[in-house]
Ligand binder design. Structure first.
Ligand code: PRT
Ligand code: ZN
Length: 297
């Protein structure tokens, strides 16, 4: 699109597949909503159009998302990395979305005499992730007998079906409940935005995908920073500036008292408490913390 046509919306929509009902659904819908994408009510529907962006959202089972994306049925998908790896579909991983965190883990009964994965050689391993599990043990040169189970993998050791399992773990309470303990991590997973490789090259779709990426990054950056306003002794501004990593220097504003300034900074959520402590040591007062709605770096 050029010149006077730039306001004209492209006819083609970008299609995004998300999980219809499950662990990723709520966070995914929240991400879309916070990114300013208004999706119509979806409960009974296969797909829904976005009111204010040329985007159509498809609601499907998460297992089908990697294949839909690799086949180009949809341009984009949001799905756990665990399924991207397991399904071995060719997709582009555009952006980790920082929710749906879990680990694919080898776990054994608490009472088991097994102490390391080498001792699993020749044993039966139950999993819903046979491909990832096979690859993992092959890479370690350990010959195991993999049994594919579609659900409730964690009960198989108690039933005598397997000596160990490979399953997703987040809080670990399911392992505990079944008297299992983790032995080794196979894969760290979180939800990912994935794309059909040709869609990111397509001249109509690529700018729309870029625009969605920019919005998602804006939401994610905002979540990982907090905005802090405070009064600080003027003499400590250099030390306060040093504390502030990641984003550009703090904004420093004069106050009626030349010995004091007002300082505004964005600090990373991960380091937030440490920075607050340091700011207090540096004599800052009236520290006001606010969430950031969107942040474009
Ligand atoms: O119906 P559909 O096929 O769409 O959904 P599903 O039932 O196959 O998937 P769902 O909704 O259970 O999970 C969707 C995605 O969430 C997974 O593919 C992972 O990427 C991610 N995820 C994050 C998890 C977990 N955490 C998780 N804990 N998926 C499954 N679990 C299981 C775990 O295996 C255990 O059985 O949840 C149970 C509780 O785990 P703990 O460790 O919290 O006790
Ligand atoms: Zn599934």
């Amino acid at each position: 699109m050029k010149g006077t046509n730039t306001l004209q919306l492209p006819k083609e929509h970008v299609k995004l597949a998300i999980q219809k009902e499950g662990r990723l659904t709520e966070s995914t819908l929240e991400l879309l909503h916070t990114a300013g994408l208004h999706i119509e009510a979806y409960k009974q529907r296969l797909f829904s159009s976005c009111r204010n962006f040329p985007l159509t959202v498809l609601f499907v089972r998460d297992d089908d998302i990697p294949e839909y994306v690799s086949e180009g049925v949809v341009d984009l998908g949001i799905v756990g990395k665990n399924l991207v790896v397991e399904t071995q579909q060719v997709v582009e991983e555009l952006l980790p979305l920082n929710y749906g965190h879990c680990t694919l883990t080898v776990a054994i009964p608490r009472e088991s005499s097994i102490e390391n994965i080498q001792q699993l050689a020749g044993r039966k391993i139950a999993t819903s992730y046979p491909i990832t599990t096979k690859k993992f043990f092959e890479e370690q040169n350990i010959d195991v007998d993999i049994i594919t189970i579609s659900g409730s993998v964690e009960v198989t050791p108690a039933l005598g079906v397997a000596s160990a399992i490979v399953d997703l773990v987040s809080t670990g309470s399911s392992l505990k409940l079944n008297d299992l303990v983790p032995l080794k991590t196979v894969l760290q997973s979180q939800s990912l935005l994935i794309a059909h490789p040709a869609s990111v090259q397509d001249e109509t779709k690529a700018p729309l995908i870029d625009s969605l990426l920019m919005r998602f990054r804006g939401v994610m950056n905002a979540r990982s920073f907090k905005y802090i306003m405070m009064n600080a002794p003027t003499k400590n501004v250099p030390a306060i500036t040093e504390l502030c990593t990641g984003l550009r220097s703090p904004t420093v504003l004069p106050t009626a008292d030349p010995e004091w300034v007002a300082v505004h900074i964005a600090v990373p959520e991960d380091d937030f408490w440490n920075i607050i402590e340091q700011l207090r040591i540096l004599g800052s007062q009236g520290i006001l913390v606010t969430p950031i709605e969107k942040l474009f770096l």
